[in-house]
Write a protein that binds this ligand. Sequence first.
Ligand code: F0G
Length: 460
Amino acid sequence: MKSNKKVSWAEPYKMKMVELLKMTTRQQRVKAIKEAGYNTFLLKSEDVYIDLLTDSGTSAMSDRQWSGMFMGDEAYAGSRNYYNLERAIQKYYGYKYIIPTHQGRGAENILSKVLIKKGDIIPGNMYFTTTRLHQELAGGKFEDIIIDAAHDPENEFPFKGNVDISKLDALVKKHGAAKIPYVSIATNVNMAGGQPISMGNLKELRAYCKKHKIRIIHDMTRVAENAYFIQQREKGYEKKTIKEIVFEICSLTDGATMSAKKDALVNIGGFLAINEWDAFEKARNMVVVYEGLHTYGGLAGRDMEAIAIGIEESVDDHHQRARVGQVEYLGNKMMEFGIPIVKPIGGHGIFVNAKAFLPHLTQDEFPAQTLAAEIYVESGVRTMERGIVSAGRKPNGQNYYPKLELVRFTIPRRVYTQAHMDVIAESTAMVYERRNKIKGMKMVYEPQYLRFFQARFEKL
Ligand code: F0G
């Protein structure tokens, strides 16, 4: 059944169990964030009221998934659940060969080691933290080929995840196609604010890559959300189901890495999928070194079963409409308060433009990090920095200075209510009212890799 657009979105499920939350005072929160070095990653979850740190591993599983957990076949080799997962991936995504991994970055590690040689170039539609790091650790260099609009929070282009083929062509001319093992394409680009790539653009990219014999590897972490936007926005796709669109997207690529912790509605898990036998064979050889046997890759049998069921639930039209509908509800509410957010509203969260929110801070004073800390103090809502701290340093030690300096309000799937969304928007509006009085921060501890997870700050 197709969704009826005249009626509001609402959840296609009801609640069967709830988790009680601890309510804190402002005084307790001031103390907690100071102890956490003003880094929301270092807060204790029990001190958080509404947790929007990430949509990764934080979804609520369905009763069907929980039942699947009881059907775990915990054999070391050849678990029944592995074959169920393989079937689900082949049926809904169409990839040929699969390897389970403990989560997305496990797949990125193996893929990068298998396909990248020292000195290779990996073009992609905006970087993702772990993806780029694995490319660099394997000796490659990431090059951003996303359209310029993606770096502009105000630009309302409906497909800000699109590739600028002329940027790719310039790289091919400069380095030669042989230096490019694959183009790394994310669906619903996380760092751009959950922005989709269009089918038209992907088809064009496919034609270009075919001509130059370059693979396309798909970061399919949020592919179903991307499919929803294609259904809503792209001509010719209005009548197609999410299932059909997801399958078509995957068919235009040669392999994928997946963090099942997002779209696929589980708390842990991921996989590597590839259509080429040779690359699969190498990867299958390597997974036993880093993850586990190729039929469990770091997961319990029960986890693989929950992923197989979650994949099926994720491609349901009603599910995606409610999922993205809730995110849009929050975004619209924030805009009513005048809060500057990335537009169009993305799929997995609201990205507040910290540069516009705190224009009196320089990027070296960490506007997004500062704002995330202030939002926590205001209301116990935990968000995340997606700006200069997340961007980290180049291999030569210099800071990356990303154009986007954002605070991400990531919405877990099937977890919070519309009333929670109201509280989030209202408390962010309260911080917005006192924005002129907010001072920046300095970094006092910086880890070597993925610094945003563990860095510590002090107020200026
Ligand atoms: N690719 C994308 C686009 C992601 O968003 C993530 C994780 C990964 C790969 C890595 O997967 O965490 O399972 O190892 N993103 C999380 C986030 C951490 O909060 O955005 P993982």
